[in-house]
Design a binder for this molecule. Sequence first.
Ligand code: OSB
Ligand code: MG
Length: 371
Amino acid sequence: MRIERVRLFDFRLPLLHSFETSSHRKSGIEHVLVELTDADGAIGWGEIASPSDPFYCAETTETAWYIATRYLVPRVLGAGWELPETLEAGWAKVRGHEFAKAGFSGAAWDLHARRQGVSLAAALGGTRSDVATGVSLGIEANIDALLEQVSAQLQAGYGRVKLKIAPGWDVAAVAAVRAAFPTVELHVDANGAYPNDTDSLAVFRALDGFGLTMIEQPFEQRDFLAHAELQQRIETPVCLDESIVSVADLETMLRLDAGRVLNIKVSRMGGLSQARRAHDIAANAGVPVWCGGMHEFGVGRAINLAISSLPNFLFPSDVSGSDKYYEHDIIDPPIRARGGRVTVPSTPGLGFVVDTDRIAHEAIRVFDSAS
Ligand code: OSB
Ligand code: MG
């Protein structure tokens, strides 16, 4: 197989409900869609789900655009490959920029699966026909507003709720949600906002009493030791997100017992092949995983759905229905959850029709290797 054409579309959608984490608030999402076309005219789609600003990770939309056009497109165009791993090896010398690489990896995997006539989930080794999903709720203006959000999501059929926390928005918020909804599957995500000190330890000891499924990324990305020490002191499993950008990071986590659950984000791991390797290594180590989200549009969401069908995805994934985020998504039909579950398509590739005309019309910037 040979890639003959690459198109990139910088695309924006407003969020139906703005989202605040420990670092900042956002009311819209800007991602870059990747379209690869091979010599026979077969097409694969991927999504660079980098945040616009460097607050979750170092990448931004601008850095992803730069790395994609300057370093990834030239390594992909004209390259001969049969397996996505071969194409990915072509950019192995480019350090970091996992989100940019993941957009191309997704498109390569979609193209590969379509050419094989199998679903992306099947190409990856998925074993489930539907996956459990949950919702991630941001920091709200006050606790009443948070309770309203939780209530609305439970009514929509979701059974797992993840709450963003930050110093000053933690124990009281969790206590209120737990009191109002005693049986909901609850977990918290700090996005690395806590300093590794005794005040933070007191917060996590208090949170340890609420039957949380996990406490996600309490400390900064590089601080494996802080996470390992915390895991020794509390019963609730620590889950790592930002810390794990490679398989080597996962080996460090396992060796240090710095976390007992892994959030696999396809983007953060640099693409589907690395995400699948991380899944396999975690499975062998007896560590359950789940799939985290980055407010993906339909393309990235379909990719997350496919990987979530692998057997060691044992907690609900952040692959909520598109109607939690967007009025009109870019795939048809849009992804929907029923009773908190989403069906994995069995048709070739992503299993959804991508609205290319709309993407091409509404993109705020387009790169086309053919022009
Ligand atoms: O840490 O999981 C995170 C969104 C932006 C940046 C980081 C995170 C998130 C989410 C969104 O939690 C999850 C979703 O896509 O619904
Ligand atoms: Mg997270």
